[in-house]
Design a protein around this ligand. Sequence first.
Ligand SMILES: Nc1ncnc2c1ncn2[C@@H]1O[C@H](COP(=O)(O)OP(=O)(O)O)[C@@H](O)[C@H]1O
Ligand SMILES: [Mg+2]
Length: 213
Amino acid sequence: MVIAVTNLKGGVGKTTVTTNLAVSFTQLGKDVCIVDTDLGQQSSMEWSGNRSEDRVRIPVFGVSIKQLNKEVADLAKRFDIVLIDGTPQLSELADRTILASDLLVIPLTPSIYDFRGFENFLVRFEQVKGLKEASGGMVRAFILLNRVVPNTKVSKDIEDAVKEYEVEVLNTKLANRIAYVDTATNGTGVLEYKDPKAKAEMKSLTEELLKNI
Ligand SMILES: Nc1ncnc2c1ncn2[C@@H]1O[C@H](COP(=O)(O)OP(=O)(O)O)[C@@H](O)[C@H]1O
Ligand SMILES: [Mg+2]
C-alpha cells in the first residue's frame, strides 16, 4: 500500500502527517518506510535523523525523480506501507507521486492562501488520475483538515468550502496542537507523546484510512 501525503503548498502539514502516520502504522505492527520527495526541505529525512535509536526504526529514503515509480514499487514489496512525503512543487515529481500511489491524503489548513495550491493540485490530480485509470490503475484522494481551531469562523468556513470539491473529506480533523510541533523536533509522533487528544485524533485518522485501504 502506497499512501502519499500531498498538496502543492508548503506548510500545510505534509511532513507532520507523514511522520505521524508512520509512527501510528508502526505501532499497529506494520512495516513502514517513508519516501521523502520534498527535495528542497527534506524534512522527513531530518525528522528521522532526530529520532532516537531506541525507538522503532522508520527508514526514510530519498528519490530519483525518473525512477520514482520503480523505486516506490520495489519498496512496496518490502514494506507493508510506503508513505510518500509530497513535494510542494508543481512538477513532474508531483505527477509521478500521484501515479505511484494508491491513496492520497491532502492536508489543508484554514487559510485562504492555501486554496490556490490546493486547487492547482486538484487539477493535476484529475489529469493524472485519468491517465492512471486509462492504464487500469486506481488512485483515491481524501482531504484532511489540519490545524483546525474548533468553533472558529475560519475553521467553519474551510469546512464549508471543501465540500464544494469532488474529493472526499476525512471525518477526522487534526487540531492545532503544540504536540505536533514538539514531536517534530525530536523525531517522534504524537502517539509517542503525552497529549491524549492528539493521540486520539491520530488513532482516528489511522483507523479511517485503514477502512479505505
Ligand atoms: N496540527 C498541527 N498543529 C500545530 N502545528 C502544526 C500542525 N500541523 C503542522 N504544524 C506545524 O506547521 C508547520 C508546517 O508543517 P509541515 O508538516 O512542515 O508542513 P509541510 O510539510 O506541508 O511543509 C510545522 O512547523 C509544523 O510543526
Ligand atoms: Mg514538508
